[in-house]
Design a protein around this ligand. Structure first.
Ligand code: ATP
Ligand code: MG
Ligand code: MG
Ligand code: MG
Length: 482
């Protein structure tokens, strides 16, 4: 089943159940705490917080989401995109757990003829929060999932709040068992690669008080009006329904991988893991970049524009490492890659087509600038390589590698690859030391402006994973010196 069809079936299912379809909001909302919209509920926040009264009690949407926090996972895990589409259904003081669980179950397991996704119910594993007997009993006694396939998980995985005083509550997540070839038995508690998370149902039933971290806040008591917020990952469902290995091989991303393969003359899936990761990075980042430019972001050295800049440069870098002119001027491939993204995405996002010329020109301009950077860096690289050889050494110094990175924005893996081509190594330890020093400086900088740049995904991630430190944006900041 194609992605566009998966979206449509989701919306139709919930419209039939009395929900109002709400179009996706822009990725950029006027919220000082939010870099990008990163969940379907974000545009509905004022309703959940009680600041505004919703014009409906049931809504459904497929929201564009960007999670910068997941950037390092891209291409490596099977399931993380920087841009993805989160389908959701929302109840504002209307239905609650029983209906939310039933709606989700029916869409997933109803036959294709009946408008569902036709997923084999024996593959589905729901989780519930530790003390949520109510949810467990609905899954077991009303839906009929055997109790051995229902797992209970703690705060870190199955309790949600927005990170601020306001609604909070237990979640129930739905995982799909991809089978023994993908990992060990034992449900999502044992292996989240084999059991892939597809849908998160949030039951907003309580009110939380002040407190900064996930485990450190008071639950003040039940909410007068209970709400439902759910999020289903369209790309993940596409991956399962299309029987492919990972989200990057689904119908909207694979054509970009195929194009990158034609442009570089290198094969995807030929057994070279590093290449495959690069292909997946190109496909993922190209799509995110096109969506961000479409929503008004332009490359810059900080904030949202820096995220875009980094995505575009990673595409250029990855394409070169895949063989598109590593040492010379490199071939310009951005235009064709972004054009392909627009072609595949515009049936769901017609605004991309309307803005085709603008999106292409922004992306290509960044490619050109970065190509110049690379050209300047290549000159310094050759000088450093020559000097290294003249000195009878086989290793480019850490400080040269650092200058290449810091002054010319030359990624270390490019330096390494070019060094290898020249029969040289790189003093990686020296390089890492200098990078560490710089990162500490950048961190000090970043913490000063953290309040204005905090990514909202911090909250979900905190809540889903426990009190881990958010380093994604700091890393971005530290690499911002180009
Ligand atoms: P994971 O644990 O796999 O990182 P999550 O718990 O962070 O996922 P939620 O915040 O619960 O995800 O988001 C709701 C749904 O959105 C998930 O169940 C998943 O289907 C989808 N989703 C989340 N992050 C991504 C991503 N980076 N790429 C694609 N889909 C995603
Ligand atoms: Mg989740
Ligand atoms: Mg996550
Ligand atoms: Mg999760």
């Amino acid at each position: 089943m194609q992605t566009h069809e998966i979206r449509k079936r989701f919306l139709d299912h919930f419209i039939r159940a009395g929900h109002t379809e709400v179009p996706s909001a822009s990725l950029i909302l006027d919220d000082p705490n939010l870099l990008f919209v990163n969940a379907g509920m974000v545009p509905f926040k004022p309703f959940f917080l009680g600041d505004q009264t919703p014009p409906y009690t049931r809504a459904t949407s497929v929201q564009k989401c960007v999670r910068t926090l997941d950037i390092e996972e891209v291409g490596i895990t099977t399931r993380h995109n920087t841009f993805f589409q989160m389908a959701g259904n929302f109840s504002f003081g209307d239905y609650f757990k029983r209906e939310a669980i039933r709606f989700a179950w029916e869409l997933l397991t109803n036959s294709v003829e009946d408008g569902g996704y036709g997923i084999d119910p024996t593959r589905l594993w729901p989780t519930v929060y530790l003390d949520d007997d109510e949810a467990e009993s609905i899954w077991r006694d009303e839906i009929g999932v055997p109790s051995e396939r229902i797992q209970r998980r703690g705060m870190a995985d199955n309790y949600w709040s927005m990170g601020v005083p306001g609604p909070c509550g237990p979640c129930s997540e739905i995982f799909y068992d991809r089978g023994p070839e993908y990992g060990v038995e034992g449900g999502p508690e044992a292996d989240e690669d084999r059991y892939i998370e597809i849908w998160n149902l949030v039951f907003m039933q309580n009110e939380r008080g002040e407190g900064t971290s996930k485990d450190d806040y008071e639950i003040l008591g039940p909410l007068p009006k209970k709400n439902i917020d759910t999020g289903m990952g369209i790309e993940r469902v596409a991956c399962l329904l299309q029987g492919v290995d990972n989200v990057y091989e689904t119908d909207l991303l694979k054509p970009i991988i195929d194009l990158a393969s034609r442009l570089t003359g290198r094969e995807y899936g030929a057994g070279k893991h590093e290449d495959d990761v690069r292909f997946r990075v190109v496909a993922d980042h190209a799509r995110t970049a096109a969506m961000l430019i479409g929503d008004g972001v332009v490359p810059a050295n900080d904030g949202r524009g820096y995220v875009l800049r980094r995505l575009l440069r990673r595409i250029v870098r990855s394409m070169r490492l895949l063989g598109s002119g590593t040492t010379g001027g490199g071939e310009a491939t951005m235009e064709r890659i972004i054009a392909e993204v627009i072609d595949v995405m515009s049936p769901s996002y017609p605004e991309l087509e309307q803005q085709r010329a603008h999106i292409l020109s922004v992306a290509v301009a960044e490619e050109t600038t970065f190509a110049r950077t690379l050209a300047a860096g290549s000159k310094l690289f050759s000088e450093a390589a020559d000097a290294t050889k003249r000195a009878g050494s086989t290793s480019i110094s850490g400080s040269d590698a650092f200058t290449l990175h810091d002054t010319y924005g030359f990624p270390i893996d490019l330096t390494l690859e070019m060094a290898a081509e020249a029969g040289l190594e790189v003093d990686r330890e020296g390089f890492s030391e200098l990078m560490g020093e710089q990162r500490r400086r950048a961190k000090a900088d970043a913490s000063a402006r953290k309040s204005s740049h905090a990514d909202q995904s911090v909250y979900r991630e905190f809540l889903d994973r426990g009190p881990t430190e958010f380093t994604g944006f700091d890393e971005l900041v530290s690499e911002a010196r180009v």
